[in-house]
Design a protein around this ligand. Structure first.
Ligand code: UDP
Length: 236
């Protein structure tokens, strides 16, 4: 099997909360075990976490908050997921570094791309937090940007409750079909909402492949890293 040398894993906030607000330690422990298996396999891995289990700026805006301030709250929420993941990874003996796009020296390193690459080369898992540090972005787009800047070969999008990209939401539409393989142009044209459109565009323009897969089956992350064709491959 071919396998990848360096990957970027995107975990949405929902995964951390096990469907609830906040962090579910048991769930994070399981995710950490999967990431530890990847690190031990010799593949370099960086992680971008979302923060939807705490705050989403757009939702707070709908309830009357200023969007910019709400987005900053969203970014701070993301950091809590990063710290939880760091904690469980280190308990498993995996070296980690959290780098945040909003400087907070007491809890994390600032985002320094060349240093992030160096950490990965040393076998450390790098966790990128606080999104892009800018309102109006989503962590999907951040995942692609960080993957490009830290020269990852693929963006792995691990999902809970769904095992790939479908023609429609499989929970709502019984006729939805799963794609094994899909171009970014088609994903954008069909308005497939599994990732945001900016993320698709950035990948497409830079020829960066993405694999969207379910993480409900144990070992899925390692399987995807090792090049097994699971989920949906999205490409230019
Ligand atoms: N956010 C932001 N800029 C960024 C990344 C995130 O403003 O670069 C804010 C935004 O409010 C977003 C929230 O952080 O709703 C949580 O991120 P996201 O919704 O992408 O998390 P996910 O859906 O992956 O859990």
């Amino acid at each position: 099997m071919p396998g990848y040398k360096r990957v970027l894993l995107k975990l949405s906030g929902e995964v951390f909360g096990g469907g609830k607000v906040g962090v579910d330690p048991d769930v994070v422990h399981k995710i950490a075990e999967e990431i530890a298996a990847v690190a031990r396999s010799g593949t370099q891995i960086a992680v971008v976490t979302g923060g939807g289990n705490f705050f989403r700026g757009a939702e707070l805006q709908q309830r009357g908050m200023d969007r910019v301030r709400a987005d900053y709250m969203g970014m701070l929420g993301i950091v809590m997921n990063c710290l939880a993941l760091q904690d469980f990874l280190e308990k498993l003996g995996v070296e980690t570094r959290v780098q945040t796009a909003i400087t907070m020296g007491q809890v994390a390193e600032p985002y320094i791309p060349r240093r992030a690459i160096r950490h990965m080369e040393k076998g450390r898992v790098v966790i990128f937090g606080a999104g892009m540090g800018m309102p109006f972005f989503s962590t999907d787009t951040v995942a692609v940007q960080r993957a490009l800047e830290s020269r990852c070969e693929v963006v792995l999008v691990a999902k809970s409750g769904v095992d790939g990209v479908y023609s429609a939401d499989p929970k709502r539409d019984p006729d939805a079909v799963k794609y094994d393989d899909l171009t970014y142009d088609r994903a954008i044209a069909e308005g497939l909402a599994i990732m945001d459109q900016t993320a698709f565009t950035l990948c497409s323009e830079n020829n960066l492949p993405m694999i969207v897969f379910g993480m409900d089956v144990e070992g899925s992350i390692l399987r995807a890293v090792q090049g097994e064709r699971i989920g949906t491959l999205v490409h230019s």
